[in-house]
Design a protein around this ligand. Structure first.
Ligand code: ZN
Length: 241
């Protein structure tokens, strides 16, 4: 089975469309949260995910759009969350509110969470220690997380936990160890590469492959400014930071 795994789309329709256009034919689309926040097209992004039959989980920005706390948000993130709350339609609100915090798709040996399995909305899974703790409570073989906007893998093999940096076209085998996989961000990459990031799981062959796809960054920057969202949210897309 082929599964496209997308995370942190952040209301960036142009990036999402570039990704959906490049993934080819897949059996399923899974998304790891932060569907909205930062970007200018929340309703259209949700519509696109529904059309694609995507299943997935809720991120901290989705929670914020539904009235959740924005106390820990940066000033730009807070302004964007407030903008999102007043610019989404009822269908988008209902979709976001209905997302679970953790999901194990039928028949899959993967747990989906935005941050981590133990703290699905908030925790940044960016250290071996955090990865160890998550693997200890994981009820499936593998785990998929987002939230950091940086593609990354933690893999447990022969009792050792390794941290594997991944880049475009990186491939990681899944049959020889348990793994926590982060696809990177579709709509706001932060690993220094501005291209939209995602991964494809091939559960039959037992591997995950990362991909990057360029998209119309000037177009979304213009839309961010036209919406009155913070300028810095537009600028950072050029640098992938
Ligand atoms: Zn995010």
């Amino acid at each position: 089975m082929l599964i496209a795994v997308l995370s942190d789309i952040h209301s960036n329709l142009r990036a999402l469309d570039a990704v959906l256009g490049s993934i080819g034919t897949v059996d399923e689309v899974w998304q790891l949260g932060d569907v909205v926040g930062y970007g200018p097209d929340p309703d259209a992004v949700v519509r696109r995910l529904v059309e694609a039959g995507a299943i997935g989980v809720k991120g901290n920005h989705d929670d914020a759009a539904c009235g959740g706390s924005i106390e820990d948000f940066s000033p730009d993130a807070r302004r964007a969350a407030e903008w999102t709350r007043t610019h989404i339609g009822d269908a988008t609100l209902a979709y976001l509110a209905g997302l679970p915090e953790v999901l194990t798709p039928d028949g899959a040996d993967f747990t989906l969470a935005h941050g981590s399995p133990r703290d699905p909305i908030e925790e940044y899974l960016d250290s071996k220690l955090a990865a160890q703790d998550s693997l200890a409570i994981l009820e499936t073989r593998h785990c998929l997380v987002g939230h950091t906007h940086v593609p990354l893998v933690f893999r447990e093999r022969r009792g050792e936990l390794e941290r594997i940096a991944v880049d475009r076209e990186s491939r990681v085998e899944l049959n020889d160890g348990r793994a926590i996989l982060n696809p990177g961000s579709v709509g706001q990459p932060r690993d220094g590469c501005p291209d939209a990031s995602y991964l494809i799981l091939d559960t039959t062959a037992g591997h995950a492959t990362w991909h990057r796809v360029p998209y119309d960054i000037p177009g979304v920057q213009a839309a961010i400014l036209a919406a009155g969202l913070p300028v810095r949210l537009a600028q950072r897309l050029s640098y992938g930071r």
